[in-house]
Design a binder for this molecule. Structure first.
Ligand SMILES: C[S@@+](CC[C@H](N)C(=O)[O-])C[C@H]1O[C@@H](n2cnc3c(N)ncnc32)[C@H](O)[C@@H]1O
Length: 232
């Protein structure tokens, strides 16, 4: 299995450049793609309960963190981009007693473990970021350790069968792309076949107990998948 940890720094640099553009486009309530394609089944799988302690992974400007807080969750949210987190703190200021925002690199196991709270997390969520992270093994391992038994981790990401570089399926690779049309610089995407992604989930002690494939414009081809993992 290939990981690409040496590209993390450059990936972060590009997200920093794109962060203001991302913030303008997402605004306070997020964009059409998030609201209509990512969010409905993510929320269904997350099955949020009042008082849930939730980890929001690679939270960007915190639109979903706010959504969780509005529904009664206590949220620990993080992103690797300092500018994203600055925007998140500004936009979600009214929710500061329900959400704590942190700068943290999801490829760094020690940084992830420093987010541990006094009680285990009930749930974790990551919207459209697994394909942005150079090495996902530390993330799934740390989340597995910080969740309560029976706790769930719901993540949405590119569907690797249908959103991938032309010549690769089985071979992981890094490729460039746009998260939002017209962004200042292209970002890095990390393609991995399903068996690699799921093996990391299973090795971290999870089973899959929920799964959706979401389409965008084309009726037949899903562009993203939404997976619910449950800690055994
Ligand atoms: C496509 S955005 C999604 C943001 C947010 N989850 C949302 O749905 O609005 C991907 C996010 O992943 C973050 N990211 C990329 N690599 C990361 C890493 N190694 N650790 C933490 N965050 C990372 C980026 O800074 C960016 O905010």
């Amino acid at each position: 299995m290939h990981n690409f940890p040496d590209t993390t720094e450059e990936s972060r640099r590009r997200w920093e450049i794109n962060a203001d553009y991302w913030d303008e486009r997402m605004g306070d309530t997020s964009n059409f793609f998030h609201c209509n394609i990512v969010r409905p089944h993510t929320e269904q799988l997350l099955d949020l309960r009042e008082g849930d302690l939730v980890l929001d992974i690679a939270c960007g400007t915190g639109n979903f963190s706010q959504r969780l807080a509005e529904r009664g969750a206590v949220v620990v949210a993080f992103d690797d981009s300092e500018t994203m987190i600055a925007h998140a703190k500004r936009r979600r200021f009214a929710y500061r007693d329900k959400i704590s925002f942190h700068v943290c690199d999801a490829t760094d196991y020690a940084q992830l473990r420093s987010l541990k709270q006094e009680r285990p997390f009930d749930k974790a969520v990551s919207n459209m970021a697994v394909m942005d992270i150079a090495d996902i093994e530390p993330l799934f391992r740390a989340v597995g350790e910080m969740l309560k038994h029976g706790g769930t981790f719901v993540f949405s990401t590119h569907h690797p069968c249908f959103t991938r570089p032309q010549d690769n399926y089985r071979t992981p690779c890094v490729h460039e792309g746009e998260a939002i049309k017209g962004q200042p610089v292209p970002g890095y995407y990390y393609h991995r076949p399903l068996q690699d992604i799921f093996r990391i989930c299973f090795d971290a002690g999870f089973v899959i107990d929920g799964f959706f494939e979401e389409r965008d414009d084309d009726e037949e081809y899903p562009v993203i998948m939404i997976v619910r993992l449950r800690k055994r």
